[in-house]
Design a protein around this ligand. Structure first.
Ligand SMILES: Cc1ncc(C[n+]2csc(CCOP(=O)(O)OP(=O)(O)O)c2C)c(N)n1
Ligand code: SF4
Ligand SMILES: [Mg+2]
Length: 351
């Protein structure tokens, strides 16, 4: 993977977070993506969210597959762990990493091709298992890296740069995750950092699988007039229904809200998300109502954004599978290792 080192000039006046780190400590290598690519804006939002959450970079594992989107972990959190997996197989690798160490923050970055085409089987099982991770789909409707073929998220009637028209219905990761029992489902736009940063922060603090589908235009292959994943289309038809404010533990809720208009949702670590409903008739805590609303708006060509559904308190992957509290690498070997004989006995059961 190509990565260019950035000059590390830290301005004296640069704000420091609770760990004494500056935003520079959360950056990565220089991006090699096309200038204007939506994925770079998502990178900037990730950098800001992790900086503001005071998360030590070495406690994060960045997981990705293959694609322009999957290259982006090279451009943020340069001091974190990372694994660039085979195309569409990131969820398996993330599952293994999560099972081995529940103290690590798992951050998956994928593309619409990586997650919804070749990797669909992996994606759905990660949702179904409520794997404790943040999963960002950088959704541009095309395979950017391989030069602009339609992906499974391309809308019917969407035109490729060379004029081909897509005739197949799209797979919407948001509706899919809702149908599979997803516990945190959000959609945003790479051009809306104000919405995206609090969503990433809330997703990091959510216990379980947190999906953020981010419309992220590909300026080289899918940002033209007949694309429904272009900057201009998304700006025109995105319809925010819920505004999320993230409030860390022990911080006072200063946002004024009237009962029914906004609701604070407490997360397991004591942090809260205050959801302000922009559309009065939207209910982000009712799975059925949220799906109906998203579909109704979709029929009118609108893209509903915000934290679309949340349910905290469901057991996550660790709760369901009773994984070890202590990271595997830190378990004492002496006394706990059952030895080669136990392994041989186990293998016998499968012969
Ligand atoms: C097994 C396998 N099949 C096909 C490819 C070719 N390939 C590389 S990236 C990609 C699609 C990437 O699209 P997406 O995930 O949407 O990422 P984007 O580049 O649009 O960000 C494909 C088909 C591959 N690398 N490996
Ligand atoms: S080809 Fe598209 S997705 Fe890839 S870097 Fe360029 S603009 Fe971004
Ligand atoms: Mg893509």
């Amino acid at each position: 993977m190509t990565s260019i080192r950035k000059p590390t000039i830290v301005h004296q006046g640069l704000r420091r977070n609770g760990l004494g780190l500056t935003i520079r400590d959360y950056e990565g290598g220089m991006s090699t993506l096309c200038a204007g690519c939506g994925h770079d804006s998502i990178t900037a939002a990730i950098v800001q969210a992790f900086f503001e959450l005071d998360i030590p970079p070495h406690r994060v594992a960045k997981m990705s597959g293959i694609g322009c989107s999957s290259k982006t972990p090279a451009y943020f959190l340069g001091a974190s762990h990372g694994f660039n997996s085979v195309h569409g197989r990131m969820p398996s690798i993330a599952t293994g990493a999560g099972a081995a160490n529940r103290e690590i923050y798992l951050l998956g970055v994928s593309g619409d091709g990586d997650s919804l085409s070749i990797g669909l089987g992996q994606f759905v099982h990660a949702v179904r298992r409520n794997l404790d991770m943040v999963y960002i789909v950088e959704n541009n409707g095309v395979y950017g890296l391989t030069k602009g073929q339609f992906s499974a998220s391309a809308d019917i009637g969407s035109k490729a740069k060379r004029g081909d028209v897509n005739r197949q219905p799209p797979i919407d990761p948001v509706q899919l995750a809702m149908a599979l029992g997803g516990t945190f489902v959000a959609r945003s736009f790479s051009g809306d950092k104000e919405q995206l940063v609090p969503l990433i922060k809330a997703a990091v603090r959510h216990e379980g699988f947190a999906l953020i589908d981010v419309i992220s235009p590909c300026v080289t292959f899918n940002d033209h007039e007949d694309s429904t994943k272009s900057y201009s289309y998304t700006r025109r038809f995105s319809h925010p229904v819920v505004h999320a404010d993230f409030i860390p533990p022990a911080e006072e809720i200063k946002i004024a809200y009237d009962q029914g208009e906004a609701m604070p949702v407490e997360l397991h670590d004591g942090s809260r998300i205050v959801l302000r409903k922009v559309s009065a008739d939207y209910n982000p805590t009712s799975r059925g109502a949220a799906i109906d609303y998203i579909r109704a708006r979709q029929r009118q060509g609108e893209i509903v954004t915000g934290l679309l559904y949340i349910h905290s308190g469901e057991p996550d992957f660790h709760g369901i599978n009773n994984t070890t509290q202590v990271p595997l690498a830190e378990l004492p070997y002496e006394g706990l290792c059952p030895g080669a004989g136990a392994l041989a006995d186990l293998q016998k059961r499968y012969r």
